[in-house]
Ligand binder design. Structure first.
Ligand code: F6R
Length: 247
C-alpha cells in the first residue's frame, strides 16, 4: 500500500481528481468505481471543473457506485442515486445508461445484489476505485466482521455509521438501517484503489489501518493484500510524524 500525504482537503481532492482524469484520458472507455459521503465531494467538484475547463470526456466511461440505502427511492434527496446525480453526473457528460448504482427500494433485494455483482463481472471491474473510510474501518458499507469473501450483499448498518450519516437527515430515526453494498471481494477486484481520508476525525481509523494486519474486524485492512492501493491522507487525518513514503 502506498501512502500519499497532502496538506489539506483541497489538495486531496485535486490529487484524486487528477488520478481519475489520468485514467480516463489514458482509456476513454474506463470503468470508475465511485463512493458517496463527505470525502469525495471535493473530488467531484474538481472533476466537474475538469470537464468544463480541461475537456475531460466521460462519454464512454462506465461507473459503478459502492452502495445504496435500502428503503429510499431514487428520488429521495438522501439516496445515493440523488447524491451522485446532484454532485457529479448532472454536471459531466457521462451517459445515463453507463451509470450503475444498486437499487435499494425494489422487490427482490437479494436478486438485485446478484444482478449488480454479475454486472461488475461483465462490464467491470473498475480500472480505478475511489474509497472513503468509516471511523470503524468500513469500506463501502462493509462493517466490521464482514467476510473478506463477500460479494454484493445486504448489510445492517452499524450504529456509528448511522450516527455519522445522521447529519444528512433530520433525525437519526430517518437514517435507513440497511443498505446494499459491494462486498469486500467485489471491491478487491478493482485494478487500482484510491482510499481517501481527510480530517482529524479520520486520524484514529488511519492509525489503526497503518498499524494492523489484515483482519475482518477492521475491513479497510484487507486493502493491504491488494497490489495497487494508494492511501491519500491530509495533515488532519495523519500525524506529521507518521508521514512516510510507503507502508
Ligand atoms: C460511501 C461509502 C462509505 C464512506 C464512508 C466515509 O459510498 O461507501 O464507506 O466512504 O462512510 O464517509 P465520509 O466520506 O462521509 O466520511
Amino acid at each position: 500500500m502506498n501512502l500519499v500525504s497532502v496538506k489539506d482537503y483541497q489538495e486531496l481532492s485535486e490529487y484524486a481528481c487528477n488520478e481519475i482524469e489520468g485514467v480516463v484520458r489514458a482509456n476513454p472507455h474506463s470503468v470508475l468505481g465511485l463512493a458517496t459521503g463527505g470525502t469525495p465531494l471535493g473530488t467531484y467538484q474538481e472533476m466537474i471543473k475538469g470537464f468544463a475547463e480541461r475537456n475531460v470526456d466521460y462519454r464512454h466511461v462506465t461507473t459503478f457506485n459502492l452502495d445504496e440505502y435500502i428503503g429510499l427511492g431514487r428520488e429521495h434527496p438522501q439516496s445515493y442515486y440523488a447524491y451522485m446525480m446532484n454532485n457529479l453526473f448532472n454536471h459531466i457528460n457521462v451517459s445515463p445508461d453507463h451509470i450503475h448504482i444498486p437499487i435499494g427500494n425494489g422487490e427482490g433485494l437479494e436478486l438485485e445484489c446478484h444482478r449488480y455483482e454479475r454486472l461488475i463481472e461483465e462490464i467491470g471491474p473498475p480500472d480505478l476505485q475511489i474509497l472513503g473510510i468509516g471511523s470503524n474501518g468500513h469500506i463501502g458499507f462493509n462493517e466490521p466482521g464482514t467476510s473478506f469473501q463477500s460479494e454484493t450483499h445486504i448489510v445492517e448498518l452499524a450504529e456509528s455509521t448511522r450516527r455519522a450519516n445522521a447529519r444528512y437527515f433530520s433525525s437519526l430515526d430517518e437514517v435507513p438501517q440497511y443498505a446494499i453494498t459491494m462486498g469486500i471481494k467485489s471491491i478487491l477486484k478493482s485494478k487500482r484503489i484510491l482510499l481517501l481520508a481527510s480530517g482529524s476525525h479520520k486520524a484514529n481509523a488511519v492509525k489503526t489501518l497503518l498499524e494492523c494486519d489484515p483482519d475482518e474486524g477492521f475491513p479497510a485492512s484487507v486493502l493491504k493484500g491488494h497490489g495497487d492501493v494508494t492511501l491519500v491522507v491530509d495533515e488532519g487525518a495523519v500525524g506529521i510524524d507518521n508521514i512516510v513514503n510507503s507502508l
